[in-house]
Design a protein around this ligand. Sequence first.
Ligand code: AMP
Length: 218
Amino acid sequence: MSTYVILLGPPGAGKGTQALNLAEHTGLLHLATGDMFRENVRNQTELGQAAQRYMDRGELVPDELTISMLLDRLARDDAQLGSLLDGFPRTTEQAEALDAALAEQNAEIAATLLIDVSADEVLRRLGGRWSCPDCGAVFHEVFSPPQTEGACDRCSAALIQRDDDQPEAIQRRLDVYAQQTAPLIDYYQRSGKLRRVDGERGPDAVGADLLAALESAD
Ligand code: AMP
């Protein structure tokens, strides 16, 4: 029997960090559509070129491209026991396409874990984020500053703010979340799959609650 778990929450909720921790504890395959798109951009694939302009503006990549990318990935051998979905679905259309694809294999979502964080907290967290363009390390002005201001601790490269971490793009990502993704909270609540965790605490406390929520969903 396969286990599919969705991690839901606004940008900056800590989905990426928590997904790594959950995947390690459960053995589930971690699939993050944001990472998949960034890899396509790096490799300059056709999909990457189509996705990049949406990503830079903080907008969603169109459903058609996103759904086919994710369903192709789920069809591969290493995903047959299930997976932990991080950043997908982000629209009702994506959620319906996922339900339909899983139903074809007599599978379904085991749980949707919502990391609940307010818009104010998201602005505070994402506003100070700096990334290393060379090794990918991420720092935060307040929560995890680099030892030397503006330089990567690991490789000394000059840190940058990702295009989608610029203030206008952050606001845009929040608006997109409110309009297109937040309706999924109701969608999964209606099917009894939603588990809500308070995300405005340290990563260890949030991680422990997520694991407990997942166990109680079995
Ligand atoms: P993330 O790393 O999850 O914040 O994703 C980075 C960017 O990739 C988003 O701002 C979107 O442009 C795009 N993206 C990731 N997942 C999806 C999705 N499920 N639907 C549409 N666009 C997505």
